[in-house]
Design a protein. Structure first.
Length: 404
């Protein structure tokens, strides 16, 4: 009997000693939302805070419009368009904009609207007609603009998206703008993981679009158009300490009620994804998203700063044949959501360098190097922590020293 008790106590103590090493994983899969897929990530690091069926490709409906408006802002940055460019509404676009079965603002055939107004309509009202008008602003066909969307998706790191159009409608719902040789019922699909990548990319690189998506209303032709994202407009979906400021709804027969949102909590930006929330009302997506924020807020996880090892931020640079010079890089720490007791354990880090600066055969950096120069990047993996990028947290390597 004593031997049995001793074995039991040994196993119990071993279990207790193991529990802290699980870190965030105990939270990620501890709760389930009533949806086909759900995800929450730290927008800056890509750390996964909640994960539910995130790899299955599912219809995403009007969430697709996030990709469309990023392509449009790229064209603005490239001076192909401007926010004030006027886009004339032709008969094919008007047929979509005037369809009462679609989400829309009224667009008059023959009238012109600025790119700025059309982007606001696409993000705030999820207007289908405004979105197809944007896709054709430079004369692109649906198929041609789809190529731009695919290229942008690949740039973000999305490799397996199904892109049928700029809107998220089925191919046949695009009427005269439908793509030939594609099934009538085909529609845009992504995994929750890829939607998270897309949303995080937008909030990190397109502050103008984030600001627009966070507006509760805007004016068009003298009328007020209200945002259909109730996370922004209805106080019943608020979570204490969480400030929601975007992003995008999506609804279709196949996609159900979907929502990608972003908020600040504990001075960090979070992105959430809910695909096909189950329920009798499309408001189920808001209820599910609110629960997701509550799970994060009620968890024991908090943002903790973890120091990077000295070998990461202090490197040798070879000058001439054998002379070496020490340089310093940034960053020197990373922020990870975890229990306070697990923080700052640099032994948990695994780092893989991808240097783009000149190196010798031994992989050592070679002079000259300028202060502020990008030397490449590193992937950092943290034991017990999951990132949306399978390689880990990507950190740019920036020199803080000049070596001639």
């Amino acid at each position: 009997m004593k031997k049995f008790i001793a074995i039991f106590l040994t196993c119990w103590l071993a279990l207790l000693s193991w529990l802290p090493s699980v870190h965030a994983e105990t939270f990620i899969n501890a709760n389930q939302l009533d949806a086909s897929a759900a995800l929450a990530i730290d927008a800056k690091t890509g750390q996964i805070l909640y994960s539910q069926n995130i790899n299955q490709k599912l219809p995403i409906a009007s969430i697709s419009k996030l990709l469309t408006v990023m392509v449009i802002e790229d064209e603005i940055s490239q001076h192909q368009l401007s926010w004030n460019t006027k886009v004339k509404i032709n008969q094919k676009v008007a047929a979509i904009a005037d369809d009462p079965e679609y989400s829309n603002v009224s667009l008059t055939q023959g009238q012109s609207y600025t790119v700025s107004d059309l982007v606001k309509a696409a993000l705030i009202k999820s207007a289908d007609g405004a979105t197809v008008a944007l896709a054709g602003a430079l004369g692109d066909s649906t198929a041609q603009f789809n190529q731009k969307l695919q290229k942008k998706a690949r740039q973000i790191g999305i490799k397996d998206a199904t892109i049928v159009n700029s809107v998220g409608l089925t191919n046949s719902q695009l009427k005269d703008l439908a793509v030939k040789n594609i099934d009538d019922n085909a529609e845009n699909k992504m995994s929750a993981k890829d939607v998270g990548k897309m949303a995080a990319y937008l909030v990190n690189h397109y502050p103008d679009l984030l600001k627009i998506a966070g507006q509760t209303s805007f004016q068009l032709d003298g009328s007020t158009v209200n945002n259909i994202n109730k996370m922004l407009t209805d106080s019943q979906y608020q979570t204490s300490g969480v400030t929601i400021d975007g992003l995008k709804t999506g609804t279709s027969d196949a996609a159900g009620a979907c929502l990608v949102s972003t908020a600040t909590f504990q001075n960090r930006r979070i992105v959430t994804v809910v695909l096909h929330a189950n329920g009798d009302s499309t408001d189920a997506r808001f209820t599910a998203t609110q629960k997701l924020y509550q799970l994060i807020a009620n968890s024991s996880l908090t943002p903790q700063k973890t120091a990077l090892p000295k070998s990461f931020y202090q490197r040798s640079v070879v000058k001439f044949l054998f002379f070496k010079h020490q340089i310093k890089l940034r960053p020197r720490s990373i922020t990870i959501w975890e229990n306070a007791s697990d923080a700052n354990q640099s032994s948990r880090l695994t780092i893989y360098d991808h240097l783009t600066a000149k190196t010798n055969r031994s992989g050592q950096l070679k002079a000259p190097i300028k202060k502020g120069q990008s030397l490449g990047y590193s992937y950092v993996k943290v034991k017990g922590v999951q990132f949306i990028n399978n390689h880990g947290l990507r950190l740019p390597l920036i020199s803080q020293t000049t070596v001639q």
